[in-house]
Design a protein around this ligand. Structure first.
Ligand code: ZN
Length: 204
């Protein structure tokens, strides 16, 4: 977290996995709370968990500023959005690569971030799924058509090679994991080169 903050990232994104919604198991609210004090940046908790309604409060208490849950999770998305707002935090909504845009369209007015997955969630280091780009563009177009200022996040396989395509299709909050942390040493040059690459749409 400190290396990312020192490198100039805009926010810290925590991938929370429960061994049920996805097979992998990562961190919970205890770890989210433990790292919260190490950067003066917005913290995003990305809940890849089955029952976000049950845990929204705990991530709010852990200091997560934005709590992102999946539209595919078991709970009613509207109820989870209300619970996150009720706990004084911002709600975000994520959708998997194969989930159609129509699943999240009813909620666009009620959230603060739409997170489009460009890998199937569960593991780091996967390849960016270019086939998701038309859906990303369509959702961006719908947000513009409705006159909303809702930012779109893109999560999965973002690197120097793919960040331009994600940004050109309407992605503003570009989540980088492996392409950042595989580097040893200071991250500032890597963050700077990713920002530059984001502004150059990839060829081909
Ligand atoms: Zn994530």
């Amino acid at each position: 977290v400190r290396r990312g903050a020192d490198g100039g990232v805009d926010s810290i994104h925590l991938d929370v996995m429960d061994g049920r919604f996805v097979d992998n198991l990562t961190m919970g609210p205890v770890v989210a709370a433990a790292v919260r004090g190490h950067a003066d940046l917005p913290f995003h908790a990305h809940l890849m968990i089955s029952r976000p309604l049950r845990y929204a409060d705990r991530f709010a208490d852990a200091g997560s500023d934005l709590i992102i849950f999946h539209v595919e999770a078991e709970d009613d998305p509207g109820a989870v959005i209300d619970a996150i707002r009720g706990s004084g935090r911002q709600p975000g909504l994520a959708l998997n690569p194969e989930t159609p845009a129509s699943a999240v369209e009813p909620f666009l007015e009620r959230i603060e971030l739409l997170l489009v997955m460009t890998v199937n969630p569960g593991w780091g280091g996967q390849s960016f799924m270019h086939e998701v780009l038309p859906k990303l563009s369509a959702l961006h177009g719908e947000i513009v058509r409705r006159g909303l200022s809702l930012p779109i996040g893109v999560d999965g396989g973002i690197s120097r090679e793919t960040i331009g395509s994600a940004h050109a299709a309407g992605g503003e909050v570009l989540v980088v994991g492996s392409a950042l942390y595989r580097h040893a040493g200071p991250l500032r040059p890597v963050v700077d080169s990713l920002r530059q690459a984001a502004l150059v749409p990839a060829r081909g």
